[in-house]
Ligand binder design. Structure first.
Ligand code: C2E
Ligand code: CA
Ligand code: CA
Ligand code: CA
Length: 279
């Protein structure tokens, strides 16, 4: 028994150190990746559930590394947050997305919004609001064309600070969306004071929307709440026409998911909105 226990421990230690080595490797590669221009942004369409028109895009970061191949954001964004690398990376993401939004606007319908994911660490940077303003000015993008996605958990980690920053952004005209709505340590109290424009209903509630009564109850309640509060509802992770029909028939305004479009390159996205124009 004793012998066995020791082996288990060694196995545990080996796995741990393997994980740590991999993390260190990713951390080192990440810093070089920005200089080596290995990061790109892909864009996933947000579609009006009734008209089918593309009303916005969410920017999603992609990283291909020579040796390690594709590394998903779920793997490196948390590391970037821990090390503080998310600050330079986050500004690079914002600049790229704002620049591309200006280009999309030529072919997109009026009111098109570019959504960018923002980490808690980024909002805490004192220069965040002024840097956003500067970038919007640099690329001559209207603030209302930019939407920042933050999570409930993110808000709850420092409600006073986040409220102040969001009010400054709102003052400027930038839009705010709550990401992964329904999954965080939520408190409905922040809806009373926070300047929120959109709720993105988490894909875990959409996954079983056709069959599961509880998912239906939750989603319908969220849609109802958005209407009462004057917010836009968006369902994430919509993968089938059945799900889309259900959501549209129950008043969900916007759809994002593989069914209406996977995340694609900037060039493919421009192609997509040009084709929509012709229809
Ligand atoms: P998220 O913000 O919730 O983004 C949605 C994720 O769901 C994306 O994964 C997207 O590709 C995926 N998705 C979209 N439609 C469907 C669908 O119909 N079915 C399924 N199963 N999945 C779908 P991705 O690109 O791997 O990003 C994962 C997470 O990484 C994001 O979750 C976000 O939290 C983070 N992330 C991605 N890009 C950025 C970024 O530029 N900045 C920051 N701070 N975080 C990012
Ligand atoms: Ca998001
Ligand atoms: Ca989400
Ligand atoms: Ca599904």
């Amino acid at each position: 028994v004793k012998e066995n226990g020791r082996n288990n421990y060694e196995l545990y230690e080996a796995t741990m150190s393997h994980e740590i080595t991999e993390q260190l490797k990713i951390e080192n590669y990440m810093i070089k990746a920005l200089e080596k221009k290995e990061f790109t942004l892909h864009y996933q369409p947000q579609v009006n559930s009734i008209t089918n028109q593309v009303v916005g895009a969410e920017a999603l970061i992609r990283w291909y590394h020579d040796e390690m191949g594709y590394i998903g954001p779920m793997k490196f964004i948390p590391l970037a947050e821990e090390t503080g690398f998310i600050l330079p990376l986050g500004y690079w993401i914002l600049e790229q997305a704002i620049k591309d939004a200006k280009e999309f606007e030529k072919d997109a319908q009026d009111g098109f919004t570019m959504a960018v994911n923002i980490s808690a660490v980024q909002l805490r940077d004192e220069t965040f609001v002024s840097r956003v303003k500067e970038l919007l000015r640099k690329y001559d993008l209207s603030p209302k064309s930019l939407e920042l996605e933050i999570t409930e958990t993110h808000i709850m980690t420092g409600p006073e600070l986040v409220l102040r920053i969001l009010e400054e952004l709102k003052e400027m005209g930038v839009r705010i969306a709550i990401d992964d709505f329904g999954t965080g340590y939520s408190s409905l109290s922040y809806f009373k004071d926070f300047p929120i424009d959109k709720l993105k209903i988490d894909q875990s509630f959409i996954r079983d929307i056709i069959k599961d009564k509880n998912s239906q109850g939750i989603v319908l309640s969220i849609i109802d709440m958005t209407k009462r509060l004057g917010l836009i509802s968006l369902a994430e992770g919509v993968e089938s026409i059945k799900e889309l029909d259900y959501l549209r028939n129950h008043g969900c305004e916007c759809i994002q998911g593989y069914f209406t479009g996977r995340p694609i390159s900037k060039e493919d996205f421009i192609q997509k909105i040009k084709e929509c124009d012709k229809r």
